[in-house]
Design a protein. Structure first.
Length: 214
């Protein structure tokens, strides 16, 4: 009799276990129907999805003028990219046109600095002669144009400065690598010197130096 009770008890427990497993399987299958969910399984910080903030240009009933964006206090000074000398820092005049001439004094020291910076940052692509046959194009990179072709000779100094600063086409910007604006102008001066080596005229030579060529 005792043995029968034990057997029945085991059978009842087995059926309960089977029923539990069956219910668990159905539950798991219902949760894995193949339909993706847009919500993460555990959302640790839901308040990050709905922050108490305003987007740019959004209206706000809090202020009398209805604008969330506020005017800076009088006397606020801009940081980093703000400079009053547009010609020096941007290569442009007050109208936004590129300056025709370098706004710094061209000295022997400036030219020497320009040659040094050019050989570091520019020559790998443009070559030391400025003809575009640098080592980088020889390795498969797109060949840059020669500085000696007429359309680039016709560029203003401000335009060359802007290209060095902000890049053009597949050439990246170099204003971060060549942070000092005087160094960028020094490179412009040196590029002009390279162009003169291929396009110089006798009239470009000072009169007191002409006799030395004979």
């Amino acid at each position: 009799m005792m043995k029968d009770k034990v057997v029945k008890k085991h059978i009842r427990h087995s059926w309960l276990m089977y029923a539990f497993l069956a219910i668990l399987s159905v539950t798991m299958m219902s949760c894995m129907r193949g339909k993706p969910s847009e919500k993460p399984p555990i959302h640790l910080n839901p308040n990050m999805d709905d922050q108490a903030r305003y987007d740019a240009m959004e209206a706000s009933p809090f202020f009398a003028d209805g604008r969330a964006m506020r005017m800076p206090p009088e006397g606020t000074v801009a940081r980093d990219d703000f400079h009053e000398n547009d010609a020096l820092f941007y290569g442009k005049d007050e109208k936004g046109d590129f300056v025709k001439r370098i706004p710094v004094e061209v000295t022997e020291a400036l030219m020497t600095r320009g040659q040094e910076r050019y050989n570091i940052f520019c020559a790998p692509c443009h070559s030391k002669a400025g003809d575009g046959n640098g080592i980088v194009p020889k390795r498969g990179f797109l060949r840059p144009p020669s500085f000696h072709q007429q359309n680039i000779i016709d560029y203003t100094d401000g335009q060359l400065f802007d290209i060095i600063s902000n890049g053009i086409r597949n050439m990246p910007a170099y204003r971060k690598q060549i942070f000092n604006v005087n160094d960028r102008w020094a490179i412009v001066a040196y590029v002009r010197a390279l162009q003169r080596t291929q396009n110089a005229k006798l009239a470009d030579i000072p009169a007191d130096k002409v006799n030395q060529l004979k």
